[in-house]
Design a protein around this ligand. Sequence first.
Ligand SMILES: CC(C)(COP(=O)(O)OP(=O)(O)OC[C@H]1O[C@@H](n2cnc3c(N)ncnc32)[C@H](O)[C@@H]1OP(=O)(O)O)[C@@H](O)C(=O)NCCC(=O)NCCS
Length: 186
Amino acid sequence: MSQDLAEPPDQLWAIHPAAEDDLADPPLVVAARTIKEWRRGDYLLSTDWGRLDFDVIHGFLKGAYWSPGIPRATVERAARHSLPFGLYHAPAARAHPVQVGYARVLTDYVGIAYLMDVFVLAPHRGHGLGRWLVETMLAFPDFRDVRAWLLRSRDAAGLYERSGFEPLADGRHYRRYSRHRGYGRG
Ligand SMILES: CC(C)(COP(=O)(O)OP(=O)(O)OC[C@H]1O[C@@H](n2cnc3c(N)ncnc32)[C@H](O)[C@@H]1OP(=O)(O)O)[C@@H](O)C(=O)NCCC(=O)NCCS
């Protein structure tokens, strides 16, 4: 616990949309993952589970500052229990799209959505793909009734600010119970 308190002050960012009367009636019930794809130039964004390349996703996340050493099985289990979005380099000349980015959403579809594991591989950064990924998730129809989005970020504040997130003004009212002990080097 004391080590937890000494962690660098990662900022919690939140976006607060939907007023009460904006909510759809009856509430949306999602029985299955909606598969949807978007194209922009040579890139493809997709919610299709079948396209995900866990060599690439685990390859990045095991070295990310928020999940060092995370086992591949944990990455896959987390994806299975969230709504993953894959970003792919998919020029017409390439037979198979190649995964270059990823993010996933944890949500109850009405109250809250938590954005996690956002990344774009280094050679593809700086072209607006991160923002496209985040804003596509925010606009995704299945999430239209979500009242608040949350995420935790150490140094990508610029990306999230541009998409409408702001530091949590009432952060002092939030509490965290942490059981994270690290993933070891598995
Ligand atoms: C953060 C990340 C996903 C951004 O991807 P990207 O495709 O390069 O982002 P974009 O090109 O869409 O940038 C959108 C805006 O956010 C800003 N931005 C991007 N990354 C940023 C960062 N690390 N810090 C501050 N601002 C950043 C850009 O300057 C850009 O601003 P602009 O619209 O004024 O030009 C990518 O740098 C990455 O994967 N980083 C490593 C993993 C990581 O830190 N993920 C976030 C965890 S919360």
